[in-house]
Design a protein around this ligand. Sequence first.
Ligand code: ADP
Ligand code: ASP
Ligand code: MG
Length: 530
Amino acid sequence: MKSVNEIEQLVSENNQLAKHAIHVHKFGGSSLASVECIERVVNIIKNHCKLNDFVVVSANGKTTDALVNIYQQALDASAELDASIHGLQLAQQLLINTLLKSHSKQLITLLEQDIELLKAWVVNTPTDDKNIEKNEANILALGELWSARLLSAILSERVCPSYFVDARDFLVVNNDQDCVVDDSLSQQQFSVLLQNEKLAVVTGFIAKNAAGDNCTLGRNGSDYSATIVASLVGALHVTLWTDVDGIYSADPRIVPLARKLNRLPNGVARELGRLGNPVLHAKTLQPLENHSAHLHIASSFDPNTSGTEVGRFGQIAKSELSVTYLNDLIIAKSVSLTGSYGEQAIKQFSAICSDINAGFIVITQNRQKALSQWLASHDTEVSFTPVSIIAIVGHEVAKHGDVKAQFKRALKNYQTMHIVSSTNEHSLIAVLPHSCTGETVNNVHHDMTKDARHIGVVIAGVGNIGERFLEMLPAQMERIPALENVHLVGLVSSKKAIISRDGIDATQAYELFQKESYAVQKRRFIIMVI
Ligand code: ADP
Ligand code: ASP
Ligand code: MG
């Protein structure tokens, strides 16, 4: 641990470095949903961005949902199709005309051209699978294209020189299921597009696949786009600006009593994304694995409130639990899903959870057709049943028998088909034979987190009594269940201190104090603790 002076010096050096470090700011659809929202984003960019930073954007508000709907209406030859396209055009026109001055004419013309293209794509809907996917990807891309073009034009008019980048011009992934990035090709293509001393606004969500066709990174994929851009340009910071001020112990819109998690370990964040938490697309953490960029979730509606930091943290962050759920899943049961075939299927169909001894995997509904085809070659019987899951996510929760028992108790009034652990042991997942309702999530969250008030203890006085107290503390914490949420966070003598908001291992605390405590004045110490 460092002294306060050393910390202050480091902070000042880091601030100097940070002045030159590239920062990627991603704004989700909810942050760009209306004129007021976009004005807020422009202010955030004014206050937080430098010229060579990168802004990654999602489509405005629910534009992607509207495009998905239009595409479905085209397939169904719905009578509503023209009205839906017109509604979308009007919504974009309103944003352009209200937010832009000199650039508005140019953007309206580009919008009209895109609407003509959209009309042509929906009239000629292809019938073969490959062209259906291509056509859908072309249609869905319009949302991010419009949003990036608009924000870049606003910034150029009012804030700083800016340019817009269509990610399909540089980002190449293997296919639109795995979305593994071809780093060297993408980096090489990106470097050609970069302009110095300007702020780039990059489309999230869209890319090209290895065959050169347009594709998407899956719903909520702009989070992944942001961390991909960060890894390609060597950014040190990524902020995902959204409509909540961090990641909570459950969806705060469904569970009013959910608590904000200030610090989230990487593995836990990855597992939350994998299990469908919309704040983090499942692959968001992947590009940062070999890269030291720091990930932060913040609210564009309340930019001064501290959000959630995702990274490597100690004891306290590791003891947090959260509850998440996913509806519209399918459980597939077959003898072909046991043993090594089961393992293959888990990988190939990105199983949410599985048991290869019992022969089942749970997958998203859109993978059912592909799994059926894969199983057909094995000529065994398979059953598919609609299910949902509810999960407890936390650092290595599956290793704690008491958490599993508590989870079972919390579910005692609900029908459950299976309770399984994820392979990374960061979640316990219950498979339910019906949809998971808000009421279930609230009840399970209440039962699992009602005792989760973390209490930090600072031992003041490290003389004979303090030393003896420290000796006894680890055994007492182990022995008394009521101390489960008590964490040692500091040791102070009359002249020296160590403080760690991440928690200090009580068994090593005295040694740590001897080696790493630093001189501190009382007044300053109180400020540090607060
Ligand atoms: P964006 O438009 O910024 O991409 P999303 O709508 O994709 O934002 O994700 C943010 C939403 O995620 C929030 O409005 C919230 O309702 C939902 N959500 C679900 N689970 C959580 C959670 N554990 N913590 C915070 N938000 C959550
Ligand atoms: N616009 C896309 C979606 O709605 C991608 C994203 O928002 O991240 O899923
Ligand atoms: Mg999202």
